[in-house]
Design a protein around this ligand. Structure first.
Ligand SMILES: NC(=O)C1=CN([C@@H]2O[C@H](COP(=O)(O)OP(=O)(O)OC[C@H]3O[C@@H](n4cnc5c(N)ncnc54)[C@H](O)[C@@H]3O)[C@@H](O)[C@H]2O)C=CC1
Ligand SMILES: N[C@@H](CC=O)C(=O)O
Ligand code: NA
Length: 816
């Protein structure tokens, strides 16, 4: 036989009762011999309690009674054939009349005892079980309503009665002997004392009833039908990726429930636990799902932990002092004191020097705990052997739970890595000796972020979500959004990464959406729903959202974002940028930013600062990390200038070629940065610094391409005008190169920590002779690559390749 228990939401409405009936009927027809335990209709227990309390205050309760009647009668009218309705309505009406009499009594006496309250509340289960059994009787004639208060015997602790096990066993067995072939609908939650007065079983009471019947009747399983898909890996309201666990051990379920997963109340499981009866949590509204089996064995699992649970609000009390050292009785005295006063201690840690004890309690117990301690340890406090206990508030507990943890090394490392990388400060740690649970105390404000970060870390086979805040929606930004949109499914399928753009700003407007901005329609969303852009506000909002796995992308050419980088790193947010400003400003700033990122365990990726998407920064970094030493770098790193000299042939005018380079998206937003050599200079500076040199832009020897008048132009328009005027100058250069059988190249050089960039004419014997389009080329001569240099070559400008490089940097952040 099997127990099927349905909670209040499962019997809350006509539709849900129909779902219940289907499940019960299927089980009955399959010969599973079910015994059904039902709670009161959802909200009814609360309503009854409220009516009872109000009656005791002399307030009217007719409204409540009417509501009760209506809810139950509606089910009769909709689910019972007209010809069978009358007797059911009459019996229900009798029950409501009894209830009214009771409430009148309470009202007359102006007194509500626990005993009266239990009796009044019991009408909830009595009505729902009677009603549903009658609905079922139409299809299964063997249906019968059972008032469990005749069989579940308890002491007289009304409101939270304790079971009289031997007597209950006898009575249930006797009941079952005469009713084995029936389909019983048994009231959850209620029992009665020796005198037959109705009692209730306290929190989780209907589950307890199910466990008691299951245990006495040796059920093959106890199914708890509710409105969720089982026990989840974490609270789904906070962790969107939480998923239902197929199997849990009793111990794991206890640990998870203790810390938050409110699907079942652990003490109710004890009877099942003792008899090793599996408990199955299932969803009434999705009966095709298998739910979660809670059984004796933890079961094999892909993941090293089962779940992450939490308590959102705790206070922590710290006790320090020499009075504790070596005093074995100290903690005994402390915790006996707290237990005696019914203060629930949620977590304890003690330093190995025994110099301090930290424990967590419910915030409402903290003051009381401290005053108890002050009384109990008055002498120690006076003698300064103990310092005054300190309460810390607004803290949360996060715990990872799983029996397999003890067999898997590195669990705490993984936990602390995930917390550390997201800048979550751990205030205290506790690991039970059982190793089923590692708990940490953190700031309450960090809880949601911590739960998500830890969930991502432990359930790594699941997709990871990267939360992106993107600045700049121009040439590069817009192309990146298109690429992210196009690659969304590929990334999920092949890399298990989901990139969500949760914040966007350009210089006009900014927009935030924690669920991710729609990348197909971002422009319209930004225009219509965006607020006026302000970088300071953008950064504060990003910090306030406090999301895990966060990346800030700077796709602007502005100087302003770099002034926020340090603060962003300090908030444990990684930065990906194609903007070269930060790395090519003062050396001091370069150093500070790199050090800050490292110190906070976040990434600073800027592959596109040099050669757009070409792997240059990465290659240099790998050479340096593996102990190689750079002897010389020679490079062409301006895609724009490369394009210009690769196309400035024959009749072509210099002006037209520059315009074309801009149209093709090769130039900086201001093309003077390219042609003036500043952009190239920035790239060489960044490479020189990454190669270990302390160098400023003023140390770079920068040769000119442009004549004086162009260099002095005060605006982009003026610059183009001056270019037109200087055609002769450029044509002379072109002619000279052609006459000598050479090509014009703007070449950078780094040797012995010195950087120079100049215009050269090279013949076909030069390795940089054969280039086309916007090609960049870089040649690293190093200790290892001494005879023949390591060369990287390819298109070094353009929106596609640059955004692709930013994209690759992002995926590399996700891979950590
Ligand atoms: N075009 C290329 O081939 C390559 C470009 N880059 C870099 O890409 C960056 C962007 O270039 P483009 O997209 O061509 O520029 P763009 O001018 O097309 O776009 C710049 C964007 O930044 C926004 N912006 C500027 N200041 C801002 C601020 N303070 N707050 C918010 N948004 C701001 C603008 O509104 C605009 O949306 C530059 O730093 C450039 O050096 C890097 C490698 C290659
Ligand atoms: N404007 C730059 C683009 C890459 O940084 C160039 O022309 O190289
Ligand atoms: Na690059």
């Amino acid at each position: 036989m099997k127990i099927l228990k349905f909670g209040g939401t499962s019997v809350g409405s006509v539709e849900s009762i129909q779902a219940v009936l289907k499940i019960v009927k299927a089980s009955f027809d399959a010969g599973e011999n079910p015994l059904v335990v039902l709670s009161a209709m959802s909200g009814v227990t609360n309503l009854l309690t409220k009516m009872a309390e109000e009656a005791a205050e002399g307030k009217p309760f007719d409204e409540g009674l009417k509501q009760l009647e209506e809810r139950h009668f509606e089910v009769v009218k909709k689910l019972i054939a007209v010809k069978y309705q009358n007797p059911v309505l009459t019996r229900l009406k009798l029950l409501f009349n009894e209830l009214e009499e009771l409430l009148l009594g309470v009202s007359a006496l102006k007194e509500l005892s626990n005993q009266s309250r239990d009796l009044i509340v019991s009408y909830g289960e009595r009505c729902s079980n009677f009603l549903v059994s009658k609905v079922m009787e139409q299809e299964v004639a063997e249906s019968e309503y059972i008032n469990a208060s005749y069989y579940v015997k308890t002491d007289s602790n009304f409101g939270n009665a304790h079971l009289n096990e031997p007597l209950t066993n006898q009575l249930i067995q006797a009941l079952y002997q005469t009713h084995a072939d029936k389909l019983l609908f048994v009231t959850g939650f209620i029992g009665s004392n020796e005198q037959g007065r109705v009692t209730t079983l306290g929190r989780g009471g209907s589950d307890y009833t199910a466990a008691i019947f299951g245990s006495v009747l040796n059920a093959s399983a106890i199914e708890i039908w509710t409105d969720v898909n089982g026990m989840l890996t974490a609270d789904p309201r906070i962790v969107k990726k939480a998923f239902s666990l197929p199997v849990l051990s009793y111990t794991e379920a206890m640990e998870l429930s203790y810390f938050g997963a409110k699907v079942i109340y652990p003490p109710t499981m004890v009877p099942a636990f003792l008899k090793k009866i599996p408990i199955v949590i299932r969803n009434t509204f999705e009966p095709h799902l298998a739910g979660t089996v809670i059984q004796f064995e933890s079961g094999k699992s892909t993941y090293p932990i089962k779940g992450i649970s939490s308590i959102a609000d705790v206070s922590v009390i710290n006790l320090t002092g020499s009075g504790m050292v070596g005093k074995s009785g100290f903690s005994g005295r402390l915790f006996t004191l707290l237990a005696r006063e019914q203060i629930n201690v949620i977590l304890i840690t003690q330093s190995s020097s025994e110099h301090s004890i930290t424990f967590a309690v419910n915030p409402s117990d903290a003051e009381k705990a401290v005053s108890l301690i002050q009384n109990e340890f008055e002498l120690e406090l006076l003698a300064n052997k103990l310092s005054t206990p300190v309460i810390e508030e607004n803290l949360s507990i996060l715990a990872i739970v799983g029996e397999n943890m003890k067999r898997t090394p590195g669990m705490s490392g993984k936990l602390f890595h995930a917390l550390g990388r997201n800048g979550i400060n751990v205030r205290a740690i506790a690991q039970g000796s059982s190793e089923f649970n590692i708990s940490v105390i953190i700031n309450k404000d960090d809880l949601a972020k911590a739960l998500n970060a830890v969930h991502d870390a432990f359930f790594a086979e699941l997709k990871r979500t990267l939360h992106v805040f993107n600045l700049g929606t121009g040439n590069i930004g817009a192309t990146l959004f298109r690429q992210l949109h196009e690659q969304h499914d590929f990334l999920l399928d092949h890399n298990d990464v989901e990139i969500k753009v949760v914040g966007v700003s350009n210089s006009r407007r900014m927009l935030f959406n924690v669920d991710g901005v729609n990348l197909e329609n971002w422009q319209q969303e930004l225009d219509e729903n965006g607020e006026v852009a302000d970088l300071g506000t953008f950064v504060s909002k990003m910090q306030a959202m406090n999301l895990p796995n966060c990346v800030f992308i700077d796709n602007t050419a502005s100087k302003l974002p770099a002034t926020y980088y340090e603060e962003i790193f300090k908030s444990n947010i990684s930065i990906v940028t194609c903007n070269k400003i930060a790395n090519s400003g003062d050396y001091q700033q370069y150093r500070l930013l790199h050090d800050t990122a490292r110190k906070h365990g976040v990434d600073f990726f800027y592959e596109t600062n040099v050669g757009a998407g070409l792997p240059i920064v990465r290659v240099l970094k790998d050479l340096m990390l593996s102990g190689d030493r750079i002897l010389k770098i020679e490079a062409i790193l301006s895609g724009t200038i490369s394009y210009i000299f690769n196309n400035f042939h024959g009749d072509a005018s210099f002006y037209d070629v520059v315009k074309k380079a801009q149209e093709l998206g090769y130039t900086e937003p201001d093309p003077r940065d390219d042609l003036g050599g500043i952009d190239f200079m920035r790239k060489m500076l960044i490479l020189a610094r990454d190669a270990g040199n302390v160098i400023e832009s003023s140390d770079v020897e920068l040769g000119n391409i442009l004549p004086e008048n162009c260099l002095k132009a005060n605006s982009v328009d003026e610059f183009y005008t001056e270019l037109l005027k200087s055609e002769d100058y450029f044509n002379a250069l072109k002619l000279k190169a052609a006459n000598e059988g050479k090509v014009i190249r703007y070449i950078g050089n780094l040797t012995n920590g010195k950087v120079s960039i100049d215009l050269q004419m090279v013949d076909s014997s030069h390795p940089f002779y054969a280039l086309s389009g916007s090609d960049n080329i870089i040649s690293f001569t190093t200790e290892r690559y001494k005879e023949r240099p390591l060369v990287v070559k390819g298109p070094g400008a353009g929106a596609e390749v640059t955004s692709g490089g930013v994209f690759a940097d992002l995926v590399n952040v996700a891979a950590k």
